[in-house]
Design a protein around this ligand. Structure first.
Ligand SMILES: [Fe+2]
Length: 210
C-alpha cells in the first residue's frame, strides 16, 4: 500500500490515492513527538480528543484519536497482533534513493532506528515503527515506472525470492556518498558489506522483522 501525493485527475469511480490514516492511541503526546521527529510533521489541529498532522501537500495525513492513558498497557498485545494478523504496515514513497537514505540519516540522527532494511526487488525499503508499534515502510521503487516494477512480479527472480535481500543502510549510504550510481545500489546484494553473508528470502524474516 503506497500513499501518493494530491493530484487532480480524471473523474473515475475508483479512489485515486490514500489521503490519510487514523490511529487510536493511549500515548498521543509520544506519538505526536515521534511524527514530528520522523516526518517533520506539522500539527494542523489539536483538541482534547483528536490531533491532525500533515507533512506534505495533503491537508492532513494522520489523525491521532486520544484514548485513556491506562489503555497503553495493552500496547504489547497490539504489537503482537500486528505480527500475526490483520493490517501490517503502510508504505510511503520517496522519489529517489538519495531521498530515502536522507530520511534514514535524519531519523538516525534523531535517535530513531529502522526495524528492517530490505531490498524487495521491487523496492528498496526501510521499515520503522512508531511508539504504538505501527509499522511504516519508507520505500523507493527500484524501477523507473510502475509498469516496469509491476513486471518484476513475473520474473524468475521474484519467484525464487519474493521477500528480498537485507541491506546495511550505513554501507549503502557510504557507497552512495562515494559516487556509486543509485541504480547500481538498488540491485539486491549491493547493500551487503564485503565479507558478510547475503541474507535473503525467508532467512530475512525473524521475530524483529516479522
Ligand atoms: Fe510493503
Amino acid at each position: 500500500m503506497t500513499v501518493t501525493s494530491h493530484q487532480s485527475g480524471p473523474a473515475t469511480s475508483t479512489p485515486q490515492y490514500i489521503a490519510h490514516w487514523v490511529c487510536k492511541t493511549a500515548r498521543r503526546e509520544q506519538m505526536i513527538k515521534w511524527y514530528q521527529l520522523a516526518f517533520d510533521a506539522e500539527i494542523v489541529h489539536i483538541d482534547k480528543t483528536i490531533a491532525f498532522l500533515a507533512w506534505d501537500g495533503e491537508s492532513h495525513r494522520l489523525a491521532l484519536v486520544k484514548l485513556p492513558n491506562w489503555l497503553r498497557f495493552l500496547f504489547p498485545l497490539s504489537k503482537l497482533r500486528r505480527k500475526l494478523y490483520g493490517f501490517d504496515h503502510i508504505a510511503l514513497a520517496f522519489g529517489s534513493l538519495e531521498g530515502l537514505l536522507g530520511a534514514y540519516v535524519r531519523l538516525r540522527d534523531r535517535g530513531i532506528k529502522p526495524v528492517w532494511c530490505i531490498n524487495h526487488g521491487l523496492t528498496t525499503s526501510i521499515y520503522f515503527e512508531d511508539p504504538d508499534g505501527n509499522r511504516l515502510e519508507f520505500q523507493v521503487d527500484n524501477f523507473d515506472t510502475p509498469e516496469e516494477t509491476k513486471r518484476y512480479f513475473s520474473t524468475e527472480a521474484f519467484a525464487k525470492n519474493p521477500i528480498g535481500v537485507n541491506f546495511d543502510p550505513e554501507y549503502l549510504l557510504d557507497r552512495l556518498c562515494s559516487g556509486v550510481p543509485p541504480r547500481e545500489l538498488m540491485q539486491q546484494g549491493a547493500g551487503t558489506p564485503p565479507g558478510q553473508k547475503v541474507i535473503g528470502n525467508m532467512k530475512a524474516i525473524n521475530w524483529r522483522t516479522l
